[in-house]
Design a binder for this molecule. Structure first.
Ligand SMILES: [Zn+2]
Length: 112
């Protein structure tokens, strides 16, 4: 079971208590009524889909209910860091090799 650290509750909880809420650090245009349809499309719909480290918003929906941000590796599905909403994007070393991928076969071979 995947455990996620809630920076408000200050403890790891089951992934079943959380819900993803899209990309983090997406700045809403201050002049949203004045932007073109293309600019709105880019702000509202278009997202990067990188392989590796991403920054996301998450909500502890079945816990404290608060939103927070997380840095997660999309290859290993490991959370590198979680931090309170409103804090700046942390400067993580992107060259850090990802943790080994937990495969079903690897997990089952360790089962007793
Ligand atoms: Zn919480």
């Amino acid at each position: 079971m995947l455990l996620i650290y809630c920076p408000y509750c200050e403890e790891e909880r089951s992934e079943l208590e959380f819900r993803g809420a899209g990309d983090a650090h997406i700045a809403r245009p201050t002049n949203i009524a004045d932007i073109s349809d293309e600019e709105f499309e880019e702000f509202f719909f278009l997202r990067d889909n990188p392989k590796g480290l991403i920054f996301e918003r998450w909500r502890h929906i079945h816990g404290c209910g608060r939103f927070f941000n997380a840095a997660r590796d999309t290859v290993s599905d490991k959370f590198k860091l979680t931090y309170k909403a409103g804090l700046p994007k942390p400067d993580l070393d992107a060259t850090t090799p990802a943790a080994p991928v937990e495969t079903y076969e690897a997990t089952e071979s360790n089962a007793k």
